[in-house]
Design a protein around this ligand. Structure first.
Ligand code: DX5
Ligand code: ZN
Length: 221
């Protein structure tokens, strides 16, 4: 398994001072910036686009920006995010007519490619494409909003995806997104996740470093 990555979701940050929020959470020990893009079509919420990603780069953010596209159709926006400074781009198979083509597009644009599975999406979507992926993102809530409760059946799904990744022996990351907090991150890590998104658990608290440290020590247990 690869080293643990903590990727705070800026969905729960204060957007009125986003640059400062991102600086603070990275200074507190976070590894990546998780960037939730919602289109009021694929999901019933509307958030941020490539301009904001580019603004974070211009602000001086050098950490990987982990773009989670909840956008349909997805292909048209991929080059814009690559140019805006995205490091990884993940998308939902339901939002792409041709999943293999979208993966290749993301890579051709110079980014790492991730595929996102909703709580009810079967693992079969990984058939034939897992080897092409840099990351699998398992949603542990239904996409669209921060602050929801972790769906417990995701733990079993994590174990199954971990076994599939280990079986092919490639350094594919396994990311978990939704309802992750210090109280459950140990069990989530034990089930096989190595990349942890957390929004409300971090940005909802006054001391970001205390939360990030608590998460790391639970992962290491
Ligand atoms: C939900 C987003 C998540 C969300 C996580 O659609 O993909 O990244 O912001 O927020 P929390 O950690 O609050 O569940
Ligand atoms: Zn997300």
């Amino acid at each position: 398994m690869q080293s643990a990555v903590i990727a705070p979701s800026i969905l729960s940050a204060n957007f009125a001072r986003l640059g400062e929020e991102v600086d603070n959470v990275l200074a507190a020990g976070a590894d990546w910036v998780h960037f939730d893009v919602m289109d009021n079509h694929y999901v019933p919420n509307l958030t941020i686009g490539p301009l904001v990603c580019e603004a974070l780069r211009k602000h001086g953010v050098t950490a990987p920006i982990d773009v989670h596209l909840m956008v349909e159709p997805v292909d048209r926006i991929v080059p814009d995010f690559a140019q805006a400074g995205a490091s990884l781009i993940s998308f939902h198979p339901e939002a792409s007519r041709h999943v293999h083509r979208t993966i290749q597009l993301i890579k051709a644009e110079g980014c790492l490619a991730g595929l996102v599975l909703n709580p009810a999406t079967p693992l079969e979507v990984l058939d034939y494409v897992l080897e092409d992926l840099d990351m699998v993102l398992l949603m542990s809530v239904n996409p669209g909003f921060g602050g929801q409760a972790f769906i417990p059946s995701t733990l079993d799904k994590l174990r199954q995806v971990r076994a599939r990744i280990d079986a092919i022996g490639k350094p594919i990351r396994l990311e978990i997104d939704g309802g992750v907090k210090p109280e459950n991150i140990g069990a989530i890590a034990a089930a096989g996740a190595d990349t942890f998104v957390a929004g409300s658990a971090i940005f909802g608290k006054p001391d970001y470093r205390a939360v990030v440290d608590a998460m790391r020590s639970e992962i290491a247990r």
